[in-house]
Design a protein around this ligand. Sequence first.
Ligand SMILES: [Fe+2]
Ligand SMILES: [Fe+2]
Length: 394
Amino acid sequence: MIKSTLTSLLPLRMRNQVDGWLEILDVLSELRDPRVLAALAPSGARGLVLKRGKQGVPTKTPAHHAAHFDWSYPADQPAMRALYGRAKKNQWNSDTTLAWSTSVDPYDPARPLLPEGFLDFDALEALGIKLDARERQRLVHSLTSWMLSQFLHGEQGALFAAAQVTEAVQFFDGKLYGATQVMDEGRHVEVFHRYIDQKLEKLYPINDNLFVIIDALMSDARWDMKFLGMQIMVEGLALGAFGTLYKQTKEPLLKSLLKYVIQDEARHVHYGVLALRDHMKGLTERERREREDWSFEVALLMRNRFLAYEVYEEWFEGILPREQWRTFVTETPGMRQFRQTMFTRLVPNLREVGLITPRLLPRYEKVGLLQYMGGLAADRLDGDGIIAELDRAA
Ligand SMILES: [Fe+2]
Ligand SMILES: [Fe+2]
């Protein structure tokens, strides 16, 4: 309260700058566990303060994991071997599977990228921003491009993380499966980039908070942290986000692209659950507690911090205070639904790998995430099941 009264006395530009800095402090103060803070702080400095993802040059992130060789080639994980078989069978070639000749017009009212009502334009008007019909469509085009750009950047992270994890895991069947995931993620980078480049013609830079999470995963030496971060958290959230967009978009090429990507992602999260469920049981109490806290706090970061500031900066900087944009994006119906679908997928997986223990339950309850506890985890859901569920709900 005092914070907002004080900043409201400043000119808008300065007020926005102070708001940005206070938000970084908020992110860090949300990380209550000192070990989680220590693990994420260097990535936080690179992403939030130095904005390494936005400098227009490639980023070099050092990796510290050990590659695990096994010269005896054991058949050690039948469930992973089965997943490997399924992944081989279900490979698809984006050139022939997707109808790239579809003409995509982001302003065609018969095939909107996102439905009317995704953004609450009345709320925006109450803040003094009145957009005509064309401007509304343009804003929806920007927001869709922003979301797909973040998916693309996430997929690049997933491609490298899948390669690292394939080197680092000790299960041989997991390595074979991992090779298919590397291929899948390569294809995802390809299709999202192609869609953005050829159809939307608008690529946004990586969101600072997404950069922090990817940077932390890439540089952590522990394979299970990479796994937890990428296969459970980022992939789980991506699966939810893809699902929401699949359900909402009326643009046929995007819809079919997402349908194929969701099928692959369902295998990836399934693998994450298989690999971590047993592993967590073998950890010491202290190690498990760290992972419980880490996943809770990263889930909160993801929920609270994907606020499309890059769209704000393009459209409303200098017109609307940053904190008012934050409230608008948080409350707007489409983004609310995004969060809901994401956690419907994520929370059951965290439960299944044993990271929502009685110690954590009150914290999940306090932030409203306990309602998602009863859902099916990824080892009980395949891609067809997820698509059928989304089609039913559409
Ligand atoms: Fe992917
Ligand atoms: Fe994936």
